[in-house]
Ligand binder design. Structure first.
Ligand SMILES: [Mg+2]
Ligand SMILES: [Zn+2]
Length: 184
C-alpha cells in the first residue's frame, strides 16, 4: 500500500530564508529544524523536499550552484542523523508555465510515482501560501510555519483553519495530533 509522506519546503522552512541562495556558505539551518525533522522521521513516513528554485530559470545562478547549496543542506542534515528520502526542485522562472512550480503539484506527482506515496494521507509543510495551496491541490494536510515568510500568511491561514506553527518542532506536534485524530 502507498505510504503517506511528509513534504517539506526548503528555504524559510528547513534553512534560513536568504533570497535566492547560490553558495553553500549561505546555508544555515532554521532553529528547531533538526529536532523537528528527527521527530517527523519517527512517524515512519518518508521526508521529501519540494523546493521552487526559480533563481535558476531567472539566470541568478546555475544548476551546479543550486546542486552545491542542496548538497550542503543534505550534509548538515545527515551529520545530525536526518535523512531526506528524495529532493525535488522546480528550476523554472514563474512565467515559464511549467507544471512543477508550487503551487502546481508537479513535484508531488513525481514523488508519488517515484516513491509510491499516497498524497491524500500526506502532509505539506512550508512558509508560503503556495505551500498551503500545494497541499490543497493534492488533498494533503498543509501546515504553515512562521519561519521564513510565514508570518505574512499566518492570518490568512488561521482564517482558513490551516495550522500555523512556530517551527518544525511544533509542526511535528501538529502531525502527531492529526494522526491521533485519524485513529479515533
Ligand atoms: Mg519557503
Ligand atoms: Zn517548474
Amino acid at each position: 500500500m502507498s505510504s503517506p509522506a511528509i513534504f517539506l519546503d526548503r528555504d524559510g522552512t528547513i534553512i534560513v530564508e536568504k533570497s535566492y541562495p547560490s553558495h553553500p556558505d549561505q546555508v544555515a539551518l532554521v532553529e528547531g529544524a533538526i529536532a523537528g525533522l528527527r521527530a517527523m522521521a519517527k512517524h515512519g513516513y518518508p521526508l521529501v523536499v519540494v523546493s521552487n528554485q526559480s533563481g535558476i530559470g531567472r539566470g541568478y545562478f546555475s544548476i551546479e550552484q543550486a546542486d552545491a547549496v542542496e548538497r550542503r543542506v543534505i550534509d548538515l542534515l545527515a551529520c545530525k542523523g536526518v535523512t531526506v528520502a528524495a529532493w525535488y526542485r522546480c528550476p523554472h522562472a514563474p512565467d515559464a508555465g511549467c507544471a512543477c512550480r508550487k503551487p502546481a503539484p508537479g513535484m508531488i506527482h513525481s514523488a508519488v510515482r517515484d516513491l509510491d506515496l499516497d498524497p491524500a494521507r500526506s502532509f505539506v509543510i512550508g512558509d508560503k501560501w503556495s505551500d498551503i495551496e500545494l497541499a490543497a491541490a493534492v488533498g494533503a494536510v498543509g501546515i504553515l510555519v512562521t519561519t521564513g515568510y510565514g508570518n505574512l500568511d499566518a492570518d490568512r491561514a488561521r482564517k482558513q483553519r490551516v495550522a500555523v506553527c512556530r517551527d518544525l518542532v511544533e509542526a511535528d506536534a501538529e502531525i502527531t495530533r492529526h494522526l491521533a485524530l485519524d485513529r479515533v
